[in-house]
Every structure is written in structure tokens, then in C-alpha cells.
Design a protein around this ligand. Sequence first.
Ligand SMILES: NC(=O)c1ccc[n+]([C@@H]2O[C@H](COP(=O)([O-])OP(=O)(O)OC[C@H]3O[C@@H](n4cnc5c(N)ncnc54)[C@H](OP(=O)(O)O)[C@@H]3O)[C@@H](O)[C@H]2O)c1
Length: 338
Amino acid sequence: MRTYGVAVHGAGWVAAEHVRAFAAHPQARVTVISSRRAESARRVAAETGQTHAAVETDLDAVLQRPDVDVVAICTPHDLHPANTIAAAAAGKHVLIEKPAALDLDSLHAMRTAVQAAGVQSVVSFVLRWNPLFDLVKAQLANGALGRLFMAEVDYVHGLGPWYAQYAWSRTAAQGRSSFLNAGCHAVDALRYFTDSDITEVSAYAVSGSDRFEYPGTTVMICTFANGALGKALSNLDDDAPYKFRISLYGDRGTMLDNRIFSQTVRGQTDYAEIPTVLPDSGDVSHHPFRGQAAHLLDCIERGQESHVSLANSVNTHEACLAADLSAARGRPVALPLA
Ligand SMILES: NC(=O)c1ccc[n+]([C@@H]2O[C@H](COP(=O)([O-])OP(=O)(O)OC[C@H]3O[C@@H](n4cnc5c(N)ncnc54)[C@H](OP(=O)(O)O)[C@@H]3O)[C@@H](O)[C@H]2O)c1
């Protein structure tokens, strides 16, 4: 059984969870933790019990190491494109934290670099490994909802000074917009559930607080290639507990989070609740990073592209960029973006 060496780059809040996730996998060994400051990498190594890992401050030095096969990119959003392009050029597989990029040119350049290098990629839409997501996909696959014609996902996550990355992600330069900064999880969920690409986006934005250099709340309505409609909300202005709400409407049934009403169940008179783990926390220690790490290693082992590869995720990011354009221009924006 081959063991893969993993470098985790950008030793902040989420990095520790990637270290834990890879360290727990029988085919992975965290060989390097790197960051702008060595003390941050050392802190994450100590916190996660991975003190054998080398500490680096220079990504190029990390990428030259033969004991690194995979790089988990956990730096602030604006650094993801350059980090990804460098890692792919060095022949390393990449796990890219979301958002992959903040602008179209960078997004496309990353996709080209990953494809040219022939490495595997996963964009960290980690909720795809949440048990409710599994439950929804299973109900869709077994026909309990029939043909899905409308999907809604609301990402409600009040961010402020209490949040580790707030100092930089509140800025337009490094956070950019509500959907790109965080609500992209909702857009990815819409695409995962509808199993289709977004073709047009209309959006409105509002500042519900004075905490961001951009409107903290944006809502988008979108069309899908398969004819379905979608709605996604990204609300970072909220001051209430985190919520990730899912409503799916099909021609044979409806799902509201983990409650389902299906015409395929004879005699059902009201929604039935299925106990599961809900995506009801914004805390990274609650997120299923182990499932995601195992999936990337499995893709590498089999030489198979992920269902949430960078190439797959381009449509999600273009939809977020289109929402910002639509809200600014006051008209619908068609995808793919030119
Ligand atoms: N998928 C999810 O659910 C999820 C959850 C949380 C975060 N994220 C994503 O993960 C990324 C990081 O977020 P975070 O909350 O972990 O932020 P964070 O706590 O601020 O960590 C980012 C780290 O990057 C390092 N860094 C900054 N500039 C750097 C540079 N030029 N070179 C190398 N390292 C640099 C900083 O390390 P130093 O201390 O060394 O300066 C900082 O500790 C973001 O893109 C975010 O969207 C995703």
C-alpha cells in the first residue's frame, strides 16, 4: 500500500483540520506544515501531534521535496491561484480551500495549470461529505423526490471580529464578496443536488451590517442546464446561530433539510424526519474533512477526477462571480462568463 506525503500550507484555523484529516488516513503522512511564519506552522504541528512534520516558510522549498505528493492549500483566498499553479507545475496533487479564486482569469489559469500537469484536484466544498448531503443524494438517486425542479440552499453565517480570518476576509481585496468569501458552499450544494451546471444568474445584494467592505448579504436566483431553478442565499451579516438550510422540490416529493414527504411512500400524511448529522455548525472541527481527504487520496490512487475537482468547480465560482456582476449591474448574467 503506497503512502502519500502531504504538505499543509497556510497554518491558520482550517489548516489544523486538514492536518488531522490526512494524519488519520492509513495511506497519508503529513510530512510538512508550511506558513508565512514558522511559529504558526509549529503551533499547528504541536496542536495536532504532528511534531515530526518539517516546518517551512517557503512554498517553493516545499514543492521541491520528494516526500510531498499532495499540497493542501489553506492560505487566504487571494493566494490560492498562485499556490495552486506552483504546486501543479511541481507535479503535486492539490486540495484547494474554497474559494479557489476571486477573479475569472485566475480561476481559468488554475484550471489550465492543473489540467496541463495531469494532477488530481479537490476544491474543499467539504459539506459534500456531511451525512445530510449523503441522505439527500440517496433520496434523489432512489427517486423519492422524482424530477427535481427547484432547489434552494441558504448559507447563514454571521462573521465578525470573533472569527479568526475576519481581519482579512472582511476586505474587498481578500474576501471580495459574500458568495465568494463563504456562501459558495450553498452554490456548490445546489449544483451537487441538481447534478447540473448553472446557466444564468440574477442577484441582489445588501449590507445588513457595517462589518464588511462589500455587501454582506447576497441572494441569487439561477437556472440550470437541466431546466431546474435554484435559489441561494449568502448572509454573513446575521447575528443568530449558523444555519445551512436545504429545500428541494421534485415532482414526486419534497425535502426540507432532513424532513421528507414522498408520494412514493403510500399512506404518508406528513413530513417524516430522518435522524442524521446536520450541517448546522460553522466550526471547522465539525466539518467532515476526513471524508474529503480520503476521497482525494482515492482519486489519486485510481487516477480518477473528483466530482468536486477544480474543473468541476469552475461553474460554481463563475456563478458566484456572476451574482456579484448581476447585483452590480441590475440584470441577469449568463454563464459561462466570457
Ligand atoms: N471549507 C471550509 O469549510 C473552510 C472553513 C474555514 C476556512 N476555509 C478556507 O481556508 C482558507 C483559510 O482560512 P482560515 O480561516 O484558516 O484563515 P486563517 O486562520 O487566517 O489562516 C490563514 C493562514 O494563512 C497564512 N498565510 C497568510 N499569508 C500567507 C502567505 N503569503 N504565505 C503563506 N501562508 C500565509 C497565515 O499564516 P501565518 O500565521 O504564518 O501568517 C494564516 O495563519 C480560506 O480560503 C477559507 O475560505 C474553508
